[in-house]
Design a protein around this ligand. Structure first.
Ligand code: UDP
Length: 328
């Protein structure tokens, strides 16, 4: 790989983007973070250049491409809450889809042809079989998943017509934090299980609600595939180097390949933190499939990717170190 290549990191001030930004920097890339800081944090951009900008602003995007001449774009900037996407689909279609078209348009004008897209297991909808492989039909059941699938569709058309080369990375549940606790998850409001559980451990919330304990799963709670954010970051670099090496455009799942229930996550957090965590069993959350676990054989075979942090203890342990640094 060349240490001189430049990556434009859209949404690089956010949770996953900021971890990629660090990993890319450590691997010798030049990075330019392009972020409007609506959800991201300037403090998370500790490496590379930073440009305060909105993907909705086509003029500013054009200038950014002219000035930095990136060799590739990684696109993390998106809204990602399923419930919110149902209540306010326009927000999702404007930001996740329309703004992404601006980005693709700016790339085409600048003849920048390599694109790594943050897609999601939510594009599969309700799984017909577990683990979910990439060939599983894509039938998303909410506007968030649909907005991501629309971009995947546009990318295939751009590739056929304009020679864009892309990789869709379909994440399962991103979790954990930088091992040195320099960056981590920081959403406002927080909706994700692990930071909420750690909030309860830290005394910042009285309790955690389990969203349904009557599922057809071993302990009655939903099973998810939690994947460490640094493993996601590394996969982006492998995907980029795959494209630089002449690899064909395509899609890869990024997950742990194994599932953990909500109760297993809470028990693991109790063990990792040594703290009490009060739990109540509440109703199901609309739109939650009982089990989501990804098959990652393709990423392993084609990209040479395997999680470095497959153990839930390590995922929660790094998240707890980041949590303690800020709150305890
Ligand atoms: N969950 C829960 N209580 C919470 C938040 C989440 O029981 O306060 C459950 C949720 O129903 C899902 C799992 O934890 O089964 C992971 O949810 P999260 O929101 O972290 O990620 P998602 O699977 O929605 O991407």
């Amino acid at each position: 790989m060349s240490g001189k290549k430049t990556i434009l990191v859209a949404g690089g001030a956010g949770y996953i983007g900021s971890h990629l930004n660090r990993a890319a920097h450590e691997r010798g890339y030049r990075t330019v973070v392009y972020d409007n800081l609506v959800c991201g944090h300037k403090s998370a951009v500790q490496w590379g250049d930073f440009l305060l900008g909105d993907l909705a602003d086509a003029g500013q995007l054009r200038l950014a491409f002219r000035h930095f001449r990136p060799d590739a774009v990684m696109h993390f900037a998106a809204h990602a809450c399923v419930g919110e996407s149902v209540a306010d689909p326009e927000k999702y279609y404007l930001n996740n889809m329309a703004a992404t078209l601006n980005l693709l348009c700016a790339m085409r004008e600048a003849d920048c042809r390599n694109f790594i897209f943050s897609s999601t297991c939510a594009t599969y909808g309700i799984p017909r079989q577990i683990p979910i492989a990439e060939e599983h039909p894509q039938a998303p059941v909410n506007p968030y998943g649909r907005s991501k699938l629309m971009v995947e569709t546009a990318l295939a058309d751009y590739a056929a017509a304009y020679g864009l080369r892309y990789v869709n990375l379909r994440y399962f549940n991103a979790a954990g934090a930088d091992v040195l606790a320099r960056t981590g998850e920081d959403h406002n409001p927080e909706t994700h299980l692990i930071p909420l559980v750690l909030d309860a451990a830290a005394g910042r919330r009285p309790r955690v609600s389990i969203f349904g304990a009557d599922y057809d799963t071993p302990d009655g709670t939903c099973v998810r595939d939690y994947i460490h954010v640094d493993d996601l970051a590394r996969a982006h670099l492998l995907a980029l180097e795959y494209l630089f090496g002449g690899g064909e455009s395509g899609s890869f799942n990024l997950g742990n390949g194994r599932g953990y229930s909500v109760k297993q996550v809470i028990d693991c957090a109790r063990a990792v933190t040594g703290r009490e965590i009060t739990v109540i069993e509440g109703p199901r959350r609309a739109g939650d499939p009982p089990v989501l676990v990804g098959g990652t054989e393709l990423a392993e075979r084609v990209l040479g990717w395997r999680p470095d942090f497959p153990r839930l203890e390590d995922i929660i342990g790094t998240a707890w170190a980041w949590h303690k640094k800020r709150f305890c």
